[in-house]
Design a protein around this ligand. Structure first.
Ligand code: UDP
Length: 423
């Protein structure tokens, strides 16, 4: 049996005060015809990164709506995660030399996990490249299979894409965050675009008293009388942590008291994290106003919530980004955000309205300085950001779109995996 994540309990009715009773009633209505549907989601890790964050909320909500949803994990193994992190990077466009050994490590682990995957599900949703070939090794069984891609695959390294593509094309449906991410030559059963979302009732996003947040942030060494710049992201090259240091240093030339907090938890399936952390630490070592935290230094979801509420400006300096849940998380808290104009970020930030988009370091510096000196603007953008997230990026919308997709798929005849392109 695949290892199963112990799920939290969530009640859909608890969301009514935030999204309104009508939307909750609509969700119940949409879910009614598929109550009892047995759904399995599979990904690589229960901790760290956006996918785990999403599944922690969507699966309990599916259960609250009467489906029987479970969350299974790929069995862990060190060389496998090294290989799949390389696949992940290459699918986002980084150079990669795909070797027969890497293929073998990848396929062996998928084959083993496929043997551990029980039957009895109506629908199996596989997240990201790590478990993508489970469908091949397990066979269809009686389930419909969905592959959910959370990364920016608009310009993949073609070696790795051509290796993964035949596995993906066996699925009944594939889901991308944006249509721009759909690789041009994919032939999949059905293509959907669904954007991720955040949960307002997790310790990461729950409303908190600002006095409490300040106390917590001060305990981590931040001087509350001076401005604070924040980035919350795994230590990952696509999140450009060294670029964050560069922007901070240039802002410091104009605002001497500025402090930088970089919060980067370590995900189980991301072996690169520590290596990059040490590089950043080395470059930051002479500056007492740079604070690096990981989950191992006691900064977990609740503390991230506090930092996002206290920071003067939140930045997200990504150079590739599948979606960037952190952006919606910060907007939800009314934070002033400057973020890279890449991938899923512009879905969330309407430049100049609810936050600012930046193309390069110069623009980041200029826009951070602008927000630091315009408190009223910061406040107004933050307010609009909160409203926009309520409208578009709460988990209840994501759950509705997933349920609508499940309903469509279970009615469709089984696909031979080479059907037409629907987008
Ligand atoms: N996160 C966290 N602690 C950290 C760094 C990240 O809790 O130190 C969370 C962050 O709040 C968000 C998720 O991890 O919920 C990252 O998702 P995102 O989509 O931004 O990026 P990904 O890591 O999936 O590329």
């Amino acid at each position: 049996m695949l290892e199963k994540v112990v799920l939290k309990k969530k009640r859909i009715d608890d969301y009514a005060p935030v999204i309104g009773q009508e939307k909750v009633a609509y969700l119940k209505e949409v879910a009614k015809p598929i109550q009892g549907l047995r759904v399995l989601h599979v990904n690589a890790t229960a901790h760290g990164g956006g996918v785990a964050e999403l599944l922690n909320s969507t699966i309990p909500l599916l259960n609250s709506l009467g489906l029987q949803a479970e969350w299974g994990l790929l069995c862990k193994e060190e060389p496998f995660f090294e290989v799949t992190k390389n696949f992940h990077n290459a699918l986002q466009g980084k150079y990669y030399n795909l070797t027969p050994l890497a293929e073998k490590i990848y396929l062996k682990r998928n084959r083993l996990c496929a043997e551990m995957l029980e039957s009895g599900y109506d629908l199996i949703m596989i997240h990201d490249p790590q478990p993508a070939s489970l469908r091949r090794f397990h066979g269809r069984g009686n389930a419909k299979w969905i592959w959910r891609c959370h990364i920016d695959t608009s310009r993949p390294n073609m070696d790795i894409w051509n290796f993964i593509k035949p596995f993906i094309e066996e699925y009944d449906a594939t889901v991308f965050t944006m249509k721009e991410f759909v690789p041009w030559n994919i032939k999949a059963g059905c293509l959907y675009t669904i954007a991720p979302a955040i949960d307002p009732f997790t310790s990461k996003n729950i409303d908190l008293d600002i006095a409490v947040c300040k106390t917590i942030v001060a305990e981590f060494g931040i001087d509350l009388s001076r401005p604070l710049l924040l980035q919350v992201s795994r230590f990952d090259l696509w999140k450009d942590p060294l670029g964050v240091l560069e922007v901070y240093r240039r802002v410091k030339e104009k605002v001497a008291g500025i402090q930088l907090a970089y919060i980067g938890s370590m995900a189980d399936d991301d072996p690169e994290g520590w290596e990059i952390y040490h590089k950043v630490k080395e470059q930051a070592k002479d500056d007492p106003d740079i604070f690096l935290y990981t989950n191992l230094s006691g900064v977990h979801s609740f503390e991230v919530n506090c930092f996002q509420r206290v920071a003067d400006v939140v930045i997200q300096k990504s150079i590739r980004e599948g979606f960037g849940l952190v952006v919606s998380e910060a907007l939800w808290k009314g934070a002033a955000v400057v973020a890279g104009n890449v991938g899923g970020i512009p879905l969330q930030i309407n430049d100049g309205v609810n936050g600012l988009l930046a193309q390069n370091n110069e623009e980041f510096v200029e826009k951070v300085l602008y927000l630091l000196t315009n408190k009223k603007e910061r406040h107004e953008m933050g307010k609009r950001g909160h409203d926009d997230v309520r409208e578009h990026f709460l988990v209840t919308r994501l759950v509705r779109e997933e349920i609508e997709m499940y309903r469509e798929l279970i009615q469709k005849p089984v696909s031979n995996g080479k059907a037409m392109r629907l987008l």
